[in-house]
Design a protein around this ligand. Structure first.
Ligand SMILES: Cc1ncc(COP(=O)(O)O)c(C=O)c1O
Length: 471
């Protein structure tokens, strides 16, 4: 038995014999290390194993606490192992299958309302290409992708003050492909990576598929990033790659300030760690200017910046990219073994569209519409949601992150609402913590039609009923 497993066993015994009752604070990592004689790393490992098993929960900046005993609920939670190995795919699959049956995704959708994304100009360009026989050069669109499109994307980095050549861009089939290829490029099975403890489930799925050990960084709800915890983790674990979302974070919505990004860059450099930045929502900011990506602050070699057009032109476009100055060839190798080129017709269409002023005009309109809709939903929700709940509002993206009272499990809410043909996204989908959780994400991009408002009232009433039942 490993030392950390021995410590897990000892703590479980203390929980089971009642020495540690629910919500008792465990000794801090340093104190536990002193008491037990184990290293800080062993203790941290043990605590994270207990968190993954749902025996213990962690609270930002407060430490680790004994969880209430509970029975797993209907959505299939399937973790069997510690924090360093991930099993999330079947949970995500069950959730996606359950929401696929809904008439309208509304609150649960990961994408903006398609009606906001439609653009007549791009459709006209697409039609012109579709009528051409044969379609513009298949070869020209093979990895690294359409040269004109890569140049257009590079131009947008240059405008932000990030010197970028078209050769630094590789076109992929959406951001998910870009992120997966980047992680595969930088890691081998068994490597340690660092993820924010709440993050887009694609990150967990990629870690599971590639057999990586995952360490998690606690979320700071105010600043979006806990620098102290980050420092500690980098000094404790042999982290090879961090995968972070720092702009319009999905699911929570925060954008990390430049000052903090600068410090993150310094720490990454100091510890010689790579960063994969998921910046899929980078165009959906509502205040000032487009937030800076980490390649602005960090040595080029160390950062792979991934994004796509999915959130501004539609998921069906399926075009994304990686910006990397050092790993282009390795990524292309992987592409030739897997997804090959992104759709040729769409690459050519996008290359022409982005070169026109219509693209920026579309983005401006989209931002305005999403901002208004987010505010409308926020106002309505604030009026009707039980006062014990807290809506975390950030001025970017199209998600609201809702905190329910403690002891109200968002999976219970999900299971009740899905029977009423209403979708929400419980926080369980964004982390590997098995214990009951009281957070959910809702999409605010849809027009508030009477049907949509009705769904909102049902959501608020159901939360009230769960609170009353608890009391
Ligand atoms: C944070 C985040 N990253 C990546 C993706 C994948 O985007 P794409 O559709 O471009 O593959 C999504 C999709 O929802 C997302 O929310």
């Amino acid at each position: 038995m490993y030392k950390s497993e021995k410590l897990v066993h000892q703590i479980k015994q203390l929980i089971e014999n009642g020495s540690y009752s629910p919500h008792t604070k465990l000794p801090s990592i340093r104190v536990q290390a002193e008491i037990s004689g184990y290293s800080l790393m062993t203790v941290l490992n043990a605590y994270q194993l207990l968190v993954a098993e749902g025996r213990v929960y962690s609270k930002e900046k407060s430490g680790f606490f004994v969880a209430e005993s509970y029975t797993p609920k209907t959505v299939n939670d399937s973790y069997t192992s510690g924090p360093q190995t991930v099993k999330i795919n079947s949970k995500v699959f069950s959730y996606l299958k359950a929401t696929q049956r809904l008439d309208q995704l509304y609150f649960s959708s990961a994408f903006p309302d398609e009606k906001c994304l439609y653009n007549a100009k791009i459709m006209r360009i697409l039609a012109t290409y579709a009528q051409k026989k044969p379609i513009d050069g298949i070869n020209k669109n093979m990895p690294p992708g359409n040269a004109k499109l890569r140049q257009q994307i590079a131009n947008r980095y240059n405008i932000q003050g990030i010197p970028t050549h078209a050769n630094d861009i590789i076109i992929t089939s959406g951001a998910l492909d870009a992120l997966n290829l980047s992680l595969q490029t930088l890691t081998t099975p068994g490597d340690y990576i660092l993820l924010q403890d709440t993050i887009f489930y694609g990150a967990w799925q990629a870690a599971e598929r590639l057999g990586l050990h995952v360490v998690t960084l606690p979320t700071d709800m105010q600043y979006g990033f806990d620098l102290e915890a980050f420092k500690n983790i980098l000094s404790t674990y042999p982290i090879k790659v961090c995968w972070f979302m720092l702009n319009s974070h999905n699911p929570i919505g925060f954008t990390v300030q430049d000052e903090i990004k600068k410090k993150i860059a310094e720490l990454l450099q100091q510890h010689d760690v790579y960063l994969i930045e998921d910046d899929t929502y980078h165009e959906l900011y509502y205040a000032g200017h487009r937030p800076l990506p980490m390649c602005y602050f960090l040595n080029n070699e160390k950062v792979l910046h991934c994004s796509s057009f999915s959130k501004v032109l539609g998921a069906n476009i399926r075009i994304g990219w990686v910006r990397t100055t050092h790993f282009s060839e390795k990524i292309q190798h992987l592409q030739f073994m897997s997804t090959l080129s992104a759709n040729t017709l769409i690459q050519s269409t996008l290359a022409d569209f982005i070169a026109t002023p219509y693209y920026d005009k579309h983005l401006q309109q989209l931002r305005k519409q999403l901002y208004q809709r987010k505010n409308n939903l926020y106002r309505l929700l604030s009026k009707h949601i039980p006062k014990e709940c807290h809506i975390h509002y950030y001025s970017s993206g199209y998600f609201l992150w809702i905190e329910l009272p403690q002891n109200i499990n968002s999976i219970d809410l999900f299971n009740i609402l899905i029977e009423k043909n209403i979708g929400i996204t419980p926080s369980h989908l964004f982390n590997i913590d098995q214990s009951p959780q009281n957070y959910l994400r809702i999409n605010s991009s849809f027009e508030l039609t009477p049907r949509h408002e009705q769904a909102l009232y049902i959501l608020c009433n159901t939360i009230s009923q769960l609170i009353n039942k608890r009391d």
